[in-house]
Design a protein around this ligand. Structure first.
Ligand SMILES: NC(=O)c1ccc[n+]([C@@H]2O[C@H](COP(=O)([O-])OP(=O)(O)OC[C@H]3O[C@@H](n4cnc5c(N)ncnc54)[C@H](OP(=O)(O)O)[C@@H]3O)[C@@H](O)[C@H]2O)c1
Length: 316
């Protein structure tokens, strides 16, 4: 008997992780539904005939139940690094905890039991060092207390890959600034490759052993933030002094950067960085290293930049 392929619905499927995961899932599913707040902005999946981009208010339990009806698996990737605007659904609590409660309820109404949830390493409702980590922890609690769900939770450290907002953002900042004053320079991180994260999701979907499991995801190497920024500069071909800021000045820098468009850094990000983002002892890391992947896109960006400079000089 040929295997029947599942219908998979993603929330947050238009983002950095979602775009890669959706492409991977398209080969594993009869239909992939990507729910989004603005379908017009999602252009990545046009060539995938079994991927439907559906504009939905995912915060409305009735709309969401209708959108996920008939799915075999629901995946929630929604997450924000900074709260924005005055709308509650764009706050940490709204986008993480309340939305997850809505998804849990919608799954119940639509009789969907398999649920994969994206959290973050260090998420902890009680002891998280930031609103981000606390709200991610609250969301996990909503998932874990849902008796009707066969859930799996993923808790990655910072994720890298082409288009990431970690290495690419630091490379952009380093290109602009002659020196890099860096808050939380000694914070530890264990970056994990986007491809490994997506593999974990795809594998878990078909593996009943992962039901009711929280899976921590991190790469093979631990770095301080300063080491990662220095690595970024070197890989992008930039020579920049990196100045570790004392905490009081780092916190002030975070407050000032909240007023810069795109909020490159915030007091809540500063608070998140007070907790090392590394695997607990005894947990195996994912295989792909920063060194195996990052030079391919940061190095290329630089190379493309050089080409552009030559073109500009040649007035092309
Ligand atoms: N990237 C990392 O380094 C990293 C590390 C640890 C954990 N994570 C977690 O992994 C998940 C995916 O991260 P990512 O880097 O792919 O994020 P991303 O690129 O910013 O994408 C986030 C997605 O969430 C949706 N979204 C954002 N705010 C929303 C809101 N208020 N209500 C409803 N939907 C909203 C957006 O969908 P639409 O705009 O289409 O509606 C978007 O597709 C997040 O949960 C994040 O916390 C990421």
């Amino acid at each position: 008997m040929p295997k029947t392929l599942p219908v998979i619905t993603l929330l947050g499927g238009s983002g950095f992780v979602g775009t890669e995961l959706t492409q991977r899932l398209a080969g594993e599913a009869s239909e992939v539904r990507v729910l989004t707040r603005r379908a017009q902005r999602v252009k990545s999946f046009r060539i995938l005939s079994n991927v439907d981009v559906i504009e939905t208010n995912v915060h409305d339990v009735d709309e969401l139940s209708d959108a996920i009806a008939g799915s075999d698996v629901v995946i929630n990737l929604v997450g924000i690094l900074n709260s924005s605007g005055s709308q509650p659904k764009n706050s940490f609590d709204g986008a993480h905890a309340q939305l997850t409660a809505t998804v849990v309820e919608a799954c119940k109404r639509a009789s969907v039991s398999r649920y994969l949830h994206m959290s973050g390493l260090g998420a902890d409702a009680e002891n998280g060092s930031s609103e981000y980590l606390k709200s991610k922890g609250l969301a996990e609690n909503h998932v874990k207390s849902a008796a009707h769900l066969a859930w799996t939770i993923f808790r990655p450290s910072v994720i890298f890959g082409p288009g990431d907002s970690f290495f690419n953002r630091f490379a952009d900042l380093l290109r602009l600034a002659p020196i890099m004053p860096l808050a939380c320079a000694d914070s530890k991180m264990q970056p994990v490759y986007l491809g490994d994260v997506c593999t974990a999701f795809v594998n878990a979907m078909n593996n009943p052993d992962t039901v009711s499991q929280s899976i921590d995801l991190a790469g093979p190497d631990v770095f301080t933030l300063k080491e990662l920024v220095a690595y970024t500069a070197k890989t992008a071909g930039l020579k920049r002094p990196i100045i570790a800021l004392p905490d009081a000045i780092g916190r002030f820098q975070a407050m000032c950067l909240e007023f810069v468009p795109g909020k490159p850094f915030s007091r809540d990000n500063f608070a998140s960085l007070q907790t090392d983002n590394v695997l607990p002892e005894g947990v195996d890391p994912q295989p792909t290293s920063v060194a195996a992947v990052v030079p391919r896109y940061l190095g290329n960006a630089d190379y493309n930049g050089e080409l552009q400079d030559y073109r500009t000089m040649a007035r092309r």
